[in-house]
Design a protein around this ligand. Structure first.
Ligand code: FE2
Ligand code: FE2
Length: 135
């Protein structure tokens, strides 16, 4: 069962950003399924790496939109991305070191990690980009 289901409250009204968020949701759901199915550490580690790689790519894409359109909250949003990246890299480090496992608590953290940022910070960016004519 997926731990995150897309809903319209998450929509930023910017199609490219929404479709990237759907990919992030799919990767977290894949991690959740892999953990529930008791996959080996290596499999979980690969999905975690996929999550980090795509997250970094997605954040850079959003930051590109912000600089291209002179977003006034650019610095703040970028700092938020930096914090989120550090948090997920920290999970990876602890997981690889055998200090944590992909428990329900970790998965629930990742769910909030992504959805809170989308619903608050990314939706504000979406409103701004919409006002600049992006869709
Ligand atoms: Fe985002
Ligand atoms: Fe963002």
């Amino acid at each position: 069962m997926p731990i995150i289901t897309w809903n319209d409250l998450m929509s930023t009204d910017i199609e490219a950003i929404d479709s990237q968020h759907r990919v992030l949701i799919a990767i977290i759901n894949k991690l959740h399924d892999a953990a529930n199915d008791g996959h080996e550490k290596e499999v979980l580690g690969n999905v975690l790496k996929e999550l980090i790689d795509y997250t970094e790519w997605h954040f850079a894409a959003e930051e590109g939109h912000m600089t291209a359109h002179g977003y006034p909250d650019y610095e703040k949003h970028k700092q938020e991305h930096k914090k989120l990246t550090e948090q997920v890299v920290d999970i990876q480090r602890q997981f690889e070191a055998g200090r944590i496992e992909m428990t329900f608590d970790v998965m629930r953290f990742l769910k909030g990690w992504l959805t809170n940022h989308i619903i608050d910070v990314d939706k504000r960016l979406g409103k701004f980009l919409s006002s600049k004519g992006l869709a």
